[in-house]
Design a protein around this ligand. Sequence first.
Ligand SMILES: O=C(O)CCC(=O)C(=O)O
Length: 273
Amino acid sequence: MRLALIQLAVTASKETNLANARKKVLEAASKGASIVVLPECFNSPYGTSFFPKYAEPLENGPSSAALSQMAKDGGVFLIGGSFPETGPNSKFYNTCTIWGPNGDRLGVHRKVHLFDIDIPGKQTFKESSVLSAGSEITMFDTPVGKVGVGICYDIRFPEMAMIAARKGCIAMIYPGAFNMTTGPLHWELLQRARAIDNQMYVAACSPARDTTASYVAWGHSSVVDPMGVVVAKLDEKEDIAYAELDIEFLQTSRENIPVNNQRRFDVYSNVAQ
Ligand SMILES: O=C(O)CCC(=O)C(=O)O
């Protein structure tokens, strides 16, 4: 099954972003992709001041309607990046919607771990000043197996990917937007770590870099295989990355290094202790 990551050039115009996303999703579909991924905040600039302005409901909003139609017209599974959602009780969430080839919505992931960090003089961000956190681990079915979905900062929490893998996921996919400080340090390393921890495919899909934006994304959308090898990687510009999800290779990797059967839950039965 062919995976495509669309490293979209995101602008301040929601309409332009939706039209560009549609063009690229159909391009990826025409090149044989069956699972297509858009980046975090694919239809708005990334920043707490933008979230309330761009937020829309899940039902009957322009982004959900456009994503459903793109998935249907391309005949693909579409992991629709994320957009700021006006959710229950008028709270805002950073939300990923997942669509099937017939345009049906298959799942919704509200970012579980909000991006609150402070590296003085380099990168400070406080998503929780505007957003609320989701509280579910999200997976959906494809013909080659279950796929788990997290958003950006969620990748730093190995428990989430591990639970998804133990529930049968063959891949974890993260729409994300690391920055010029944590991108070079951790973006690839975290993907490789989650891939090796769980012997699964891991992919992260960023917006293209815009050096005029208030938050400058690192780019470098990439796919890592179950042995921890980077099998596709973009630079910082708008482009599409492609990789095959090879389930035989995943199974062989798991047989060759059988950590799954060697776990000692008798020693670490409760990691929350
Ligand atoms: O974890 C990081 O370094 C970046 C996370 C991030 O940008 C996000 O969650 O949107």
